[in-house]
Write a protein that binds this ligand. Structure first.
Ligand code: AMP
Ligand code: MN
Ligand code: MN
Ligand code: MN
Length: 273
C-alpha cells in the first residue's frame, strides 16, 4: 500500500486544483492520500461528487504554529472537517495569513514592488495566502528569475518578507487537531535547522502537548536521514508518518507518492486507525 499523507492543492500554495491532484495521485499509484493544505480544508469540499476510484482519501491539514522563535508545521490527519471548532480555528489562521500578507506587501512595496496583494487576491482559490504567492508575483514582474531566487532574496527566514511571531503556540494547534478527532503529526522535523538537542526539545514539547506522530520520511530524502529520523521517532515513542509534500508537478524531489518507504523499525501512524 502506498501512502502519501502530505501534499498541497490550490486551496493553499499548491499548483493543482483538488480534482487534478487526486487524478495525479491515482496515476502515481497512490492508495491512500491526505491533502494537507496550509490552514485550509477547502480542497475536500471541492471533491464532493468526484469519482476517486480505489483511492482512499483521508481528511488532513497542515497548521502553522510557533515554537519558541521558530515557525513550525503540524499536520492533522483523519480530522473531522465539519465541527469541533476546527473550521473556526482555520478561519482565524487564514485571517492571520491575510494580516501577515498585508505586512509583507507593505515591506515589498517599499522595495519597489507595489500592488502585490491585489494581484495575489485576483487569483482563484486565494483565501490562504502564503509566501509562495509573493514569490510567484515577483517572478511574474521580472523582479527575480525563479521562485527560489525570490525566497533567497526576499522571503526566506532571514529576509524582510519572513514576518515572525505570527502563529499560535504549538500546543494550541495540536489541541485543535485532537479536538477534531485527528492525529497530530510533527511535519518535516528535519527541515527546521535545529541542533539535535533543540530538535529533541521540540519533540518533547510536541508530545507533552498531545502530539502523536512525526514525519520520518518527507519528500525524497536520503536513506541515512530516514534511518536517523526513524531512530529518533522510536526513541521518542512516536508513530511514524510519510508524505511527499508535493506542491506541483515537475519537482522530482517531491512528486506525489515518490517518497521512500518508512524504515522497518517504525510503527506507521495508520496502525492506530
Ligand atoms: P508560508 O506558509 O507563507 O510560511 O510559506 C511557507 C511555504 O513556502 C512552504 O510550505 C513552501 O511551500 C514554501 N517555501 C518555503 N521555503 C521555500 C524556498 N526556499 N523556496 C521555495 N519555496 C519555499
Ligand atoms: Mn507550502
Ligand atoms: Mn510544511
Ligand atoms: Mn507542506
Amino acid at each position: 500500500m502506498l501512502f502519501d499523507l502530505h501534499c498541497h492543492s490550490t486551496a493553499s500554495d499548491g499548483k493543482l486544483p483538488a480534482r487534478d491532484l487526486v487524478a495525479h495521485a491515482i496515476a502515481a499509484g497512490v492508495d491512500v492520500l491526505a491533502i494537507t493544505d496550509h490552514d485550509s480544508v477547502a480542497a475536500y469540499a471541492q471533491l464532493d461528487g468526484v469519482d476517486l476510484g480505489k483511492l482512499e482519501l483521508l481528511p488532513g491539514v497542515e497548521i502553522s504554529a510557533q515554537w519558541r522563535n521558530l515557525g513550525i508545521h503540524v499536520v492533522g490527519l483523519n480530522v473531522r472537517i465539519d465541527g469541533d471548532g476546527l473550521g473556526d480555528a482555520l478561519d482565524s489562521q487564514r485571517q492571520a495569513r491575510l494580516e501577515r500578507a498585508e505586512i509583507i506587501a507593505d515591506k515589498l512595496a517599499k522595495k519597489g514592488f507595489p500592488d502585490l496583494l491585489p494581484r495575489i487576491q485576483a487569483l482563484a482559490d486565494n483565501d490562504c495566502i502564503g509566501r509562495p504567492h509573493f514569490a510567484d508575483q515577483l517572478v511574474a514582474l521580472g523582479a527575480t528569475r525563479t521562485t527560489d531566487e525570490a525566497f533567497r532574496k526576499y522571503l526566506a527566514a532571514d529576509r524582510l518578507g519572513n514576518v515572525q511571531q505570527f502563529w499560535p503556540p504549538l500546543c494550541q494547534t495540536v489541541q485543535w487537531i485532537r479536538n477534531a478527532g485527528g492525529t497530530a503529526v510533527l511535519a518535516h522535523p528535519g527541515k527546521y535547522s535545529l541542533t539535535r538537542s533543540r530538535l529533541g526539545e521540540l519533540i518533547d514539547d510536541f508530545k507533552a502537548a498531545g502530539g502523536q506522530a512525526m514525519e520520518v520520511v518527507s519528500g525524497r530524502q536520503d536513506a541515512y536521514k530516514s534511518r536517523d529520523l526513524a531512530n529518533l521517532c522510536a526513541q521518542k515513542a512516536l508513530l511514524a508518518s510519510c508524505g511527499s509534500d508535493f506542491h506541483q508537478p515537475g519537482q522530482s524531489w517531491a512528486e506525489l507518492g515518490a517518497q521512500s518507504p518508512l524504515p522497518d523499525n517504525c510503527i506507521p501512524v495508520w496502525d492506530i486507525w
